[in-house]
Design a protein around this ligand. Structure first.
Ligand SMILES: NC(=O)c1ccc[n+]([C@@H]2O[C@H](COP(=O)([O-])OP(=O)(O)OC[C@H]3O[C@@H](n4cnc5c(N)ncnc54)[C@H](OP(=O)(O)O)[C@@H]3O)[C@@H](O)[C@H]2O)c1
Length: 332
């Protein structure tokens, strides 16, 4: 099979297209012919070697996929050859990834394609859609009528958080970096959008929450401002962290406990498979019903996987602001 592979962790140019043996499914595993893959920031960190998670050597990056089941190993009960499927959780925790014509994975990480939903959109929704669902409904425990704030409303996770907030019946406040992105956030259901490039977030948010403070804050940036978060939340409010491995911010302990706030965080790939399956099911249903939309910002062929990685890195780490939506890769 053709695979985009990394022999030495480092810059995107280290990704090379190679010929690999097609993997064979073991106990409980499904072999999927990958049609679409999608990129996420963690693929960049793992390819670059900037987070302490061991990868196989050589390594095929890529978490998300959509495709068709080619073969199943012993003990597989949910799938058979020919089934159209999608999923995430690949290319991490020592597993090979999805920037290859085939991926072999345990059936617990595989979901049936929701009828009527384009496979490229499911691949584009996998890691970010499941993460947003876990953040909004599990960690955030968002309820109807509440006020939710999320940073980066057009980002991979942020755009789903905005829409799931709307689906939950909450009021959503978010940030974006251009007038076009602000309009996009409003079209997705945000009631207020702060321009993080031209406005002072702290001041603007203080005005917005003066009458009605926030109930849930979902932070997608790597440097959380806890003074701003704690002062913007109502008593009993919840803060959810999903980014910022190296951040060591100042924390306002007194106001935090006096208000009875909760701070929680999670990594999607450590969440139980059952919980992720439930999230994936709802994401698929909401995409089919048109309640949820995913924007594809750039599409690359497998042969240009290195360019795709460089483009994501420029935007997600370099904050170039040239990307609205997901970067997807057409594999086969
Ligand atoms: N814990 C987990 O399980 C988990 C899962 C998924 C992702 N993550 C992490 O979550 C983070 C976001 O992931 P993603 O896929 O959503 O990334 P993304 O698609 O690259 O989105 C990044 C967002 O950040 C916004 N942004 C940039 N600078 C900003 C600033 N100064 N203030 C406010 N917003 C700013 C961008 O907005 P503009 O383009 O409008 O400037 C963009 O919307 C990453 O660090 C990722 O590693 C964690």
């Amino acid at each position: 099979m053709k695979a985009a592979c990394v022999r030495t962790q480092g810059p995107a140019s280290n990704i090379r297209l190679e010929e690999w043996p097609t993997p064979q499914p073991g106990q409980g595993e499904v072999l999927v012919r990958v049609t679409w893959s999608a990129l996420n920031p963690i693929d960049v960190y793992l390819r670059a070697g900037t987070i302490p998670m061991p990868v196989p050597s050589p390594f095929i990056p890529g978490s998300d996929f959509a495709g068709v089941v080619e073969a199943v190993g012993p003990g597989v009960t949910r799938f058979k050859p020919g089934d159209r499927v999608w999923g995430s959780n690949q290319g991490l925790l020592g597993r090979q990834g999805t920037l290859a014509e085939y991926v072999c994975t345990h059936e617990q990480w595989v979901y049936p394609v929701t009828p009527g939903v384009d496979e490229s959109l499911l691949a584009a929704s996998a890691l970010t859609g499941i993460t947003a669902h876990l953040a909004v409904f599990d960690a955030g425990q968002l309820r109807k009528g509440q006020r939710l704030f999320v940073t980066g409303g057009t980002g991979g996770v942020g755009s789903f958080v905005v829409q799931m907030g709307r689906i939950a019946g909450a009021e959503v406040i978010t940030t974006a970096g251009s007038p076009e992105k602000i309009a996009h956030c409003k079209a997705m259901g945000a009631s207020h959008v702060i321009n993080h490039r031209t406005e002072n977030l702290k001041e603007k948010l203080a005005e917005l929450v003066a009458q009605k403070p926030l109930d849930v804050w979902i932070e997608t940036q790597r440097e959380p401002d806890f003074d701003c978060m704690v002062s913007s939340l109502a008593p009993g409010g919840r803060m959810v962290l999903i980014a910022g491995r190296t951040a060591r911010p100042v924390f306002p302990v007194g106001p935090f406990y006096v208000k009875g706030l909760t701070l929680t965080g999670f990594a999607m790939f450590n969440s139980p498979a059952e919980r992720q399956r439930h999230a994936a099911h709802e994401v698929g249903q909401w995409l089919a019903e048109g309640k949820l939309k995913v924007t594809i910002g750039a599409t690359y062929p497998l042969e240009k996987a290195a360019e795709a990685h460089a483009f994501l890195e420029e935007n997600t780490l370099g904050m170039a602001g040239k990307l609205t939506g997901k970067v997807v890769v057409k594999v086969s």
